[in-house]
Ligand binder design. Structure first.
Ligand code: OGA
Ligand code: MN
Length: 192
């Protein structure tokens, strides 16, 4: 079962959401998109104020747009099941999913931030799914999620691991990685 429970502290970590062949197939789809030039340096800010600030955010991203590869389509069908389940259990009013690959080369990270562009709150639930086949603690690149009291939790980007959290004001960062780090990152959005 794919059940995700956000009702306790608004964060859920699910290991082995993907099997090794599924991880490999999605990493392969990402590689094909990259070879076609589908990845671009990520920028920060909103709309006309978007800017590249590699010292804040060093990844390159590629949105999951049509045409989709078969492993991508299969994943989206599963995540649709997750959307329906979360709506049923937590009444989140989730309407659609936006999803992109994120590739961090060695030496990069993403400084502490929240996921809502200013003045907008359609992003209700953040999701990160890691596609790294091998990951060692010495590789860095943890997702650090902060609590209300400055305590934090570090989550290694192990292949197949799914992290889901309520987007609202939740501060988090990607610690500098020493290995090439690949994930799928996205948001379940509400209509308004
Ligand atoms: C993001 C983000 C976390 C991660 O892309 O907004 O916070 O672990 N990613 O990749
Ligand atoms: Mn984020």
């Amino acid at each position: 079962m794919d059940g995700i429970d956000l009702r306790t502290d608004g964060i859920a970590v699910r290991d082995r959401f993907l099997t090794r062949p599924q991880i490999r197939a999605l990493a392969d789809s990402a590689r094909k998109r990259r070879e076609r030039g589908g990845f671009a340096a990520a920028r920060i800010g909103a709309d006309r104020r978007l800017q590249r600030r590699a010292e804040i955010r060093g990844d390159s991203i590629c949105w999951l747009t049509e045409p989709l590869f078969a492993p991508e389509r299969a994943l989206l069908a599963r995540l649709e099941g997750l959307r329906v389940q979360m709506n049923r259990e937590a009444f989140l009013g989730l309407f659609e999913l936006e999803l992109h690959y994120a590739w961090y080369p060695p030496g990069t990270g993403y400084a502490r931030h929240v996921d809502q562009p200013q003045d907008r709150n359609q992003r209700r639930v953040s999701l990160v799914l890691y596609l790294n086949e091998r990951w060692e603690p010495s590789d860095g690149g943890e997702l650090r999620i902060f609590g209300d009291d400055e305590r934090h939790r570090d989550i290694e980007p192990k292949g197949g691991r799914l992290v889901v959290f309520l987007t609202d004001r939740r501060e988090h960062e990607v610690l500098p990685t020493r290995q090439s780090r690949l994930s799928l990152t996205g948001w379940f959005r509400s209509r308004e």
